[in-house]
Design a protein around this ligand. Structure first.
Ligand code: FMN
Length: 190
C-alpha cells in the first residue's frame, strides 16, 4: 500500500513545502509508504491535450510523464492551498490533464488558508468525484494565521490532531478499494 502526496503549489515562496514536509513526517511516524509528487516538476503548460483527460488517451510527453508519476499509488493526500475561495488554479490545470489514474482510489486532503482552506477542499471533492475517486470526510486543515509562526509551520494541536482519523480512513479505504480495482480490471479483461 503506497500513498501519493500531491504537492498543491509550485509558486516561488509557497507555504506548500512546509506543509508537505509535515505530512511526510506524519506518514513516516506511522510507517506508511509514500512518495511526494510535484506537478511543478513536469513543465505542464496550460492544458494542451486535444482529448479530455478522463479518456486517458494522452498525446503529449509531459502528460504521459505526469500521469505515470500519479498512477502507482493506492491512495492520495492532496496538500492544497485555497485560492480565491476555491481550488488553486495551477494544480487544477495539472489535474485536468489526467483522470483515470484516480479511479477507484481514495483521496484525502490537507488544506491551509485564511479559513484553513476548507472551501478549496469542498471544491476538490467535486473534481475527484468525476474521476470515480472517493474522498474521505476528515480533513487536516490549517490556518495561515495560527498554524504558521515566524516562517515555519507550527501547527496547533487542535488542527494537527485531525490528521490521525483522516489517515486511518485513507489507509483502510486504500486497502479496501484494491478489491474494487481488481474487479474493475477483470471486467475490462473479460
Ligand atoms: C491567487 C491567490 C488567491 C488566494 N485566495 C485565498 C482565498 O480565497 N482564501 C484564503 O484563505 N487564502 C487565499 N490566499 C492566500 C493563501 O492561503 C496563502 O497565500 C497561501 O500561502 C497559499 O499557498 P501557497 O503559498 O502554498 O501557494 C490566496 C493566495 C493566492 C496566491
Amino acid at each position: 500500500m503506497r500513498i501519493g502526496v500531491i504537492a498543491g503549489s509550485s509558486r516561488p515562496g509557497a507555504l506548500n513545502p512546509l506543509v508537505v514536509e509535515w505530512v511526510v513526517s506524519q506518514l513516516e511516524e506511522r510507517g506508511i509508504d509514500h512518495e511526494v509528487v510535484h506537478f511543478g516538476a513536469y513543465d505542464l503548460p496550460i492544458l494542451d491535450e486535444a482529448i479530455p483527460g478522463g479518456a486517458g488517451r494522452y498525446e503529449n510527453e509531459h502528460t504521459k510523464a505526469w500521469a505515470a508519476a500519479l498512477r502507482p499509488f493506492d491512495g492520495y493526500i492532496v496538500v492544497t492551498p485555497e485560492y480565491n475561495h476555491s481550488v488553486p488554479g495551477p494544480l487544477k490545470n495539472a489535474i485536468d490533464f489526467v483522470g483515470p489514474e484516480f479511479a477507484h482510489k481514495p483521496v484525502a486532503f490537507v488544506s491551509y488558508g485564511a479559513d484553513k482552506g476548507v472551501r478549496a477542499v469542498e471544491a476538490w471533492r467535486l473534481v475527484f468525484a468525476n474521476f470515480r475517486a472517493a474522498t474521505v470526510r476528515g480533513v487536516a486543515a490549517f490556518s495561515v494565521f495560527t498554524d504558521f509562526k515566524d516562517g515555519a509551520f507550527a501547527p496547533e494541536e487542535v488542527s494537527a490532531k485531525t490528521f490521525g482519523p483522516m489517515i486511518e480512513d485513507l489507509v483502510a479505504w486504500s486497502e479496501g478499494f484494491a478489491l474494487v480495482r481488481e474487479r474493475a480490471a477483470e471486467k475490462v479483461a473479460s
